[in-house]
Design a protein around this ligand. Structure first.
Ligand SMILES: Nc1ncnc2c1ncn2[C@@H]1O[C@H](COP(=O)(O)OP(=O)(O)OP(=O)(O)O)[C@@H](O)[C@H]1O
Ligand SMILES: [Mg+2]
Length: 292
């Protein structure tokens, strides 16, 4: 069966009712971002994005380099002023970094403080949250255990490998017990083996904690392996190419899931979308061969 006849095409973005749906964690309404730096040409990064993420969903975002993925993440995290539109988190418009949201940035090296120990790094946001010393320490140690770094608690970040540092950044995010976790290409700089382990870690933490996750990656396989949906972005200025539902079994495994025929179909579909996006096709442009 051709991929285009598979249920995928019927899974084009079905807009959820944005207003007053308690099951919606994040709602992007007409989000638009143009960078307007004095003395420099304007850069229209995001033309328009509308989509919702339900509570407890794990959604991946892929798109060509420079498409506006980081801009999108920073907009959701309240770190950028939108040109128009709004990001609504649990029914309230985001106007600055919201409570209950944690972000894991790509440059983990720069996001950890070298003069603090691993445990102190993990404890820092808990301190800002107002937790007492004993509670902070207990939560930090639990999170470090979760990511397999108990032994490294008293070391400094620079004494650890890249993959371990990234796990510290993840531990810091989960110790905070966020309701929404944003991750921007968090595994781009780690080796394949560590990456597979971290992917499984994210899935198991997501399942256990019930947190809503938005995971940006340039890796199509990773997006399909991790996500329940894959949001494919167009080239800049960004619009939504397609919102692909990943109808793979919830229990994922690096070997069996990746060799599943459906995994291959989904990967092929997302790959074709990215190729189109790179060529500058917009979502309304017909697929080659006259498909849907
Ligand atoms: N602070 C800024 N000022 C001006 N332009 C910016 C700024 N930040 C990003 N841009 C531009 O906005 C566009 C989108 O950038 P963004 O970093 O969001 O893309 P991306 O999809 O995350 O790319 P990558 O895959 O390479 O990480 C790019 O053209 C970039 O040059
Ligand atoms: Mg980026």
């Amino acid at each position: 069966m051709s991929i285009l006849k598979a249920p995928l095409t019927s899974l084009r973005p079905e807009r959820e009712t944005p207003a007053r749906d308690d099951a919606v964690a994040l709602d992007l309404r007409g989000v638009q971002k143009t960078y307007d730096t004095p003395g420099r040409p304007q850069v229209e990064a995001i033309r328009r994005l509308d989509f919702s993420i339900r509570k407890g969903e794990l959604v991946c975002v892929v798109g060509p380099s420079g498409a506006g993925k980081t801009t999108l993440l920073r907009s959701i995290a309240g770190l950028l002023e939108l040109t128009s539109g709004e990001v609504v988190l649990d029914g309230a418009t985001v106007t600055g970094p919201p409570q209950g949201m944690a972000v894991v940035f790509q440059e983990y090296g720069r996001s950890l403080f070298p003069w603090m120990t691993v445990r102190q790094n993990v404890e820092l946001p808990l301190k800002e949250k107002g937790l007492g010393k004993v509670e902070r320490r207990a939560k930090a140690l639990t999170a470090l255990e979760e990511v397999g770094l108990t032994e490294a608690a008293d070391q400094h970040p620079w004494q650890l490998s890249g993959g371990m540092q990234q796990r510290v950044a993840i531990a810091r995010a989960i110790a905070y017990e966020p309701t929404v976790l944003l991750m921007d290409e968090p595994f781009a700089a780690v080796d394949a083996q560590t990456r597979a382990e971290l992917e499984d870690l994210v899935r198991s933490l997501w399942k256990r904690l019930g947190v809503t996750v938005l995971f940006v990656t340039h890796d199509i396989d990773e997006a399909v392996y991790l996500g329940e949906r894959v949001i494919v972005l167009s080239n800049r200025p960004t619009v939504l190419m397609e919102d692909v539902r990943v109808d793979l079994p919830a229990k994922r495994d690096q070997l069996t899931t990746r060799s599943d025929a459906r995994f291959g179909e989904l990967r092929g579909h997302v790959y074709a979308l990215i190729q189109r996006a790179k060529r500058g096709d917009r979502p309304d442009a017909p697929l080659p061969g006259g498909g849907a």
